[in-house]
Ligand binder design. Structure first.
Ligand code: AOF
Ligand code: ZN
Length: 356
């Protein structure tokens, strides 16, 4: 590991401390280094709060920044007045002369302008250090900026013989496929995305809560697509405990959730992605059912798929979808098999040293 990658790794570690609190902003960490000695560090802690570079220089203190000190940051310094003033101007004012970044900020308000401004001010900027790792860490933010849609994670659990659901089945309620210990993993996945989506049949059959219970963390916004007003008003998703958005063909006066009316000639998935993007929702976890997952897969409209295969045998029922791509990695959780897929049409996985 050379010095550049070593310090950029530290930026990524700091940046990750903002996971779960900085979305819709990216995770960003910064360090100030002189002669391979750390002078100060900082990270972006919450939306509306100071950016990583500003935190780092604030922690350094008021005294002059040494001429040969290097400021490392995993994202190009911003150049716009958002909720906070431009970091580019702040770095210039503080007399920073050497800046090292992992990659550019695709936010149209920044996109190269930050680096340009620094260089024009005589600052040396090195780009591309740990670019792939940093891009993977902020893949939700980058996808949102580059594709004008949230990062899409498909998730399902299937029986050992490849069924999502058994027919005929008994009462309304979740049918267990994975081991109880795997719930911890699934709930961590939920806490890492800004929204969670299901179709009407999943609400009718499983009556899921779609919240985060088995780990501490933020519950995502719950989203239901139900064009034909089939979901019962008494379903758990409509209990008002978390923000919930219902995409429906016509208004449901019996349901208190926020509603988006989808016209008959509109594609509900396109409408959903546009709506979420407009709300700065950077990622969505699609938890079923088969029909909805199939829509996303057929259009290759997904970024990751996470498939849990449990031990029960169903013999018959609703066939699990097939992703049609080589799995990227897999591991075991209790007695379950967990397979992870990355849609290589959109982004490649930089390697096992990167955390999911
Ligand atoms: C940086 N350093 O630590 C972060 C950056 O609303 P604001 O003012 O917080 O701006 C948010 C945008 O700034 C965000 O969309 C992204 O382009 C950039 N984030 N930039 O130089 C940081 N968090
Ligand atoms: Zn900034």
């Amino acid at each position: 590991m050379n010095d550049h990658t070593r310090w950029m790794h530290r930026c990524l570690d700091l940046a990750r401390l903002g996971a779960g609190t900085v979305a819709p902003n990216p995770m960003v960490g910064a360090v100030l280094v002189k002669d391979d000695v750390l002078l100060a560090e900082g990270w972006h802690k919450q939306v509306g709060g100071p950016h990583a570079e500003v935190e780092c220089l604030r922690n350094f203190g008021e005294h002059a920044v040494p001429l040969n000190a290097e400021l490392y940051v995993n994202l190009e310094p911003c150049d716009h007045f958002g909720r906070t003033p431009p970091c580019s101007l702040h770095l210039i004012e503080r007399g920073v002369k050497l800046v090292v970044v992992a990659h550019r900020d695709p936010n149209p308000a920044v996109s190269g302008k930050g680096i340009e401004r620094l260089r024009t001010a005589g600052i040396s900027v090195t780009e591309g250090v740990l670019e792939d790792e940093a891009g993977w860490m902020n893949r939700r933010f980058l996808t949102s900026m580059e594709r004008s849609r949230p990062y899409i994670v498909l998730k399902w659990a299937q029986s050992a013989d490849g069924y999502l659901d058994q027919h005929p089945r008994g009462d309304r309620g979740v049918q267990r496929i994975s081991a109880p210990d795997t719930d911890v993993l699934v709930h961590r996945w939920r806490s890492e995305e800004q929204a969670i989506l299901v179709g009407s049949r999943t609400v009718m059959n499983d009556d899921p809560s779609l919240d985060v219970r088995h780990v501490s963390g933020r519950s995502p916004m719950r989203i239901v697509i139900d064009r034909d007003q089939r979901t019962p008003a008494g379903s758990r998703v409509f209990d008002g405990s978390h923000p919930t958005l219902l995409f429906t063909g016509s208004e449901r006066t019996d349901i208190k959730a926020e509603q988006v009316i989808v016209a008959m000639n509109e594609d509900p998935i396109d409408r959903l992605l546009t709506e979420l993007h407009g709300r700065s929702v950077r990622s969505v976890l699609v938890e079923g059912g088969a029909e909805l997952l199939g829509h996303f897969i057929r259009r290759s409209l997904w970024d990751e798929a996470r498939v849990i295969t449990g031990t029960p045998l169903f013999g018959s029922g609703t066939k699990a979808p097939s992703i049609g791509m080589e799995r990227t990695t897999s591991f075991r959780s209790a007695n379950d098999q967990v397979d992870l897929y990355v849609n290589t049409m959109h982004r490649s996985y930089p390697g096992p040293s990167c955390s999911w």
